[in-house]
Ligand binder design. Sequence first.
Ligand code: GLC
Length: 459
Amino acid sequence: MWEKEAWKLLENSIIYYQGRPIGTKAAQDPEMKSLNYDQCFIRDFVPSALVFLMHGRTEIVRNFLTETLAMQSHDKGMDCFEPGSGLMPASFKVEHDGEREFIEADFGEDAIARVPPVDSCLWWILLLRAYVKATGDIALAHQSDFQTGMKLILDLCLVHRFSMYPTLPVLDGSFMIDRRMGVGGHPLEIQVLFYAALRTVKELLLPQDGGDRYLDAVIQRLGALRYHIREYYWLDLQRINEIYRFKNDEFGQEVANKFNIHPESIPAWLTEWLPENGGYLAGNLGPGHMDFRFFALGNLMAILASPASSEESQSIMNLFEERSCDLIGFMPLKICFPAVEGLEWRIVTGSDPKNLPWSYHNGGNWPTILWLFAAAAQKTGQQELASRAIALAETRLIEDRFPEYYDGKQGRLIGKSARIYQTWTVAGLLAAKEIMNNPKHIELLSFEEEIESPGCRVW
Ligand code: GLC
C-alpha cells in the first residue's frame, strides 16, 4: 500500500496561493530545510502534473500554467541582469509579508552559479499540451495571454544568433543538470525538448495576429532539427565505424564530416560497450566536438517526442536491455553514462565535489526518470523492461523514503547530499505505475513520428 503513502506525500507537497493549489515543493526533507527545495521547480512539477492530470485533478495544473505564465519575463530593454523576454523561471515560491501573499520567481539570479533554466519554458509548453489533452480545454491555450506567452518563447528560441545549426545553443547547466558538467553547447536534452515544444506550438498556436509567421518558421525549423538530431547525433556501431574513418579539415558543403569530429576523440570504452543491436543519441554536438556520453532523459524524451525514428527508438531500448547493469543497476535510472573521472573530472566539472565520479549528475541514478522510461517502454512495446525497473525501484524507494538520487556505479548508495521525500521521486514512481496500468496516458506527452516532407531544407 505504498501508493497511499506516496499520495499523502504528494498531497502535502502542494503549494497554495490565495487558497488555490499552484504547484508542488521540490522536497519535504525534515532534516534539510536549507537551499531552495521548498520552492516549486517547473521541471520538477512535470511528473506531479502528469499524476494529477491522470487523476482528473486538472485544476492545479491549470493554476500552475496560469500563474507561471504571469511570471514569464518581459524585459524592459537591454539590461544584462534582466532575464531575457520570454524566459520562464526555474522555480518560484509563495511569500507572506504579514498582510498579503506574493509570488517570488527565480530565473537563475539566486540559483547556484546563476544558471539560466532554458528547459523551463519548453516544459511549460509541453505541460500546456498535456493539460489540453487531458481536459479538452483548448480554449485555455487559445486565450490571447497564452498565445502571446508561446510567441515570446518562440522569439527567444527562434531568433538569429551566432549559430549555424538548427539546434539551440545554451550555457553549461541550463536544464536538469544545473551545474557545470560539460553540457554547454548543444546538449541533447534541450534539443529534444525544443523539438517537442515546436511540435506543440504547431498544434496550439493560432494563425491570427501574426501567428502564421511563427508557424512558418516553426515548420521549417522542425524539419531541419529532426534531420539534424537523427542524422548527426545518432550513434551505433555502423556510425562509429564511419566516424572512425572520418577525414578531417574538409572544406565546403558536401562533406561527410560536417562538424570536423576527430576520430581520436572516440572514447576507448565506447566500442566495447555498444551492443550490436543498440544505439543512442549523443549527448552534445558542436564544432569539433561530439560528447559520446549517454544521457537518459534526452534519449527517452527523443523516443516520446519522436525526433528519433521508430527504429532508433527500438535501438535505444535495446541498449537499456543489454546494458541494464550500467544504465539501471539497482536503481533506475542512470542520469548519464559513464562518469567523468580524474583529470577529466577536474576540467569538465571544475573539480566539483558534488559531482564526483558516479555521484549526483556525474553518473548518479535518478528515480524520477522512471516515468519517462515507462512511457518510452510503452511506446516501443518493451513493457517488460519497465515493469522490471519499477519492481526494482518500488521497494527500495519506500524503505529509503524517496531520496532525490543514488550514487555508485550501480546506484546502490543513497546520494551523499540527497534529500529524502523528494517530490519528483514520489511522482515519478506514481506516474510510471499509472503509465504501465493505462498505456493511453502516454498520449499526454507523446507525439507520432512526423512524415518527412521532401521540400524541407536541411543543412
Ligand atoms: C537540483 C537538480 C535539478 C532540480 C532541483 C530541484 O538542482 O539538479 O534538476 O530541478 O535540484 O529538485
